[in-house]
Design a protein around this ligand. Structure first.
Ligand SMILES: [Zn+2]
Ligand SMILES: [Zn+2]
Length: 314
């Protein structure tokens, strides 16, 4: 997990702050004393518009990723056999692929507005825009590339521990959805239960933006995380040689998706394997490739609606 290893959000990019600016005014008005009748149609329109914008952005990215990974897996497949477009659960993964960026975006904006109100006592639209548009406080004074790097490292550290949390106790049933992919490929990167996303990338993004990092870092952090999360799930035998310790690779993350006895409880880092090296969870056996994927729980449904309901039925 990705997500939380494998964080996936096509919707995270430059336009976020613009949309945030317009939506925040509506969202806040909705939560304050303004008449709901006056606000609801506007808010609904914003959400529909955002849905359109998200899909318009996701479609070209998807086409590029599909082409890139089709070519790469033709030459360097980790597990030769079926191409990704003949996956059994392709429709399920495509649904997540479009649903997740939209869900993540709406929720992130909502939490940012709520957080600014509760923690910083900022209650008007102009104040919210001024507070978030270019970041705030000491962190926002750093060069943008450094803020981006800080964002990547700090979020990856938090996500490492959240990922370990999701592999334990009551949390596992939510994260099991991500591990249910048996034919693991780049398109599986978005398969996350909303609860996993909320106590994962969304919470971490909100914490770092509330701490003052400029949302403008998403200009390159967004495309990087989108590409990288698809990359680590791709059916590729790439380890990147000595760089296997620097950046999470397909073989590194595909080991994480194997059964527990094979090593599924290792390689929790989303981007930087250093966390696994530091905390003793790194595992990449020499001259060996992972072969089979999925969790052992055969009760997880194959389609998205059943999967979304699954944790609440346990
Ligand atoms: Zn994964
Ligand atoms: Zn996991």
């Amino acid at each position: 997990m990705l997500l939380v290893s494998a964080r996936f959000e096509c919707g995270r990019a430059a336009a976020d702050s613009l949309i945030y600016a317009s939506l925040s005014a509506e969202a806040y008005a909705l939560m304050s004393n303004r008449s709901h009748e006056a606000v609801m149609p506007n808010l609904a329109l914003e959400v529909v518009e955002m849905l359109g914008q998200t899909i318009a952005k996701v479609v070209p990215i998807t086409i590029v990723l599909a082409l890139v990974f089709s070519v790469l897996t033709h030459f360097w497949a980790c597990n030769p056999g079926k191409p990704w477009w003949r996956k059994r659960e392709l429709v399920t993964d495509v649904c997540y692929w479009f649903f997740v960026p939209l869900f993540a975006r709406v929720l992130r904006i909502g939490l940012l507005v709520l957080g600014a109100g509760v923690v910083f006592n900022i209650h008007d639209a102009d104040g919210l825009i001024a507070f978030y548009d270019n970041g705030h406080g000491p962190l926002s004074q750093l060069p943008l590339w450094l803020q981006g790097l800080l964002f990547l490292v700090l979020s990856d550290f938090m996500l490492y521990w959240l990922h370990r949390l999701f592999h334990s106790g009551e949390f596992w049933k939510y994260h099991a959805i991500h591990h249910s992919s048996e034919e693991l490929d780049w398109i599986s990167a978005a398969r996350f239960h909303p609860v996993n996303l909320l106590i994962g990338t969304i919470a971490v993004d909100v914490i770092l933006l509330m701490a003052g990092i400029s949302p403008n870092v998403m200009l390159w952090v967004g495309p990087f995380t989108t590409f990288h999360s698809a990359f680590v799930h791709a059916n590729l035998n790439w380890t990147l040689g000595p760089f296997r310790y620097v950046l999470a690779t397909p073989v590194f993350h595909r080991w994480h998706h194997t059964a527990l006895e094979e090593g599924g409880n290792t390689n929790f880092a989303g981007t930087f394997p250093i966390w696994d090296l530091l905390f003793g969870t790194f595992r990449m056996p020499e001259n060996q490739l992972p072969e089979s994927y999925g969790d052992d729980d055969t009760h997880i449904p194959n389609e998205i609606v059943g999967q979304l309901a699954y944790p609440f039925r346990q």
